[in-house]
Design a protein around this ligand. Structure first.
Ligand code: FES
Length: 160
């Protein structure tokens, strides 16, 4: 074997080795990304990213007196969980997370339409149930249970 053929063979061997390393790296990256996606999917499915947990939470006074047709805002269950309450025309009270289930804009009480509305993409929620009436939101608003006591209105839990 002459020197030129030997050098050429060595070069081809190096190129082959480089390809193997590249494939190995590609497979390692594929496994890492797949594992990350699997872990993320499991975390979302288990609900650990929910801002409003389902179930009872410590009672918290959120308002004093509210007239029919009027709304009030508060934070519940945590200080970073904005919520909105409305006293309906029949005197009953309802409250929901005010974080839109589409892209998390603030939901507002629109007295004229009688609905909760999100101005970002025209999402509309039924004030009586929190269900989506129109627009892109994929889920109803989480409902906050209220209890009217002699000294004011208390939030007592969240229902998803
Ligand atoms: S963020 Fe509310 S409709 Fe898009």
């Amino acid at each position: 074997m002459n020197e030129e053929t030997h050098a050429r063979r060595k070069l081809l061997d190096r190129i082959r080795e480089d390809r193997l390393v590249t494939r190995r790296d590609y497979l390692r990256m594929l496994v890492t990304v797949s594992g990350g996606l699997l872990a993320g999917t499991a975390a979302v499915a288990s609900g650990i990213f929910r801002r409003h947990g389902d179930g009872p939470a410590p009672a918290k006074k959120v308002a004093d007196a509210v007239a029919p047709g009027e709304s009030f805002t508060f934070s519940y269950p945590g200080e970073d969980d904005p919520a909105i309450g409305v006293r309906l025309a029949d005197g009953s009270l309802v409250a929901y997370s005010s974080v839109c289930t589409h892209l998390a804009c603030a939901v507002l009480w629109i007295k004229d339409s009688g609905n909760l509305e999100c101005p970002c993409h025209d999402g509309v929620f039924d004030v009586g149930s929190g269900e989506v009436l129109a627009g892109p939101p994929p889920r109803p608003l989480p409902r906050i249970r209220l209890d009217e006591r002699s000294d004011g209105i208390y939030a007592t839990g969240v229902t998803l």
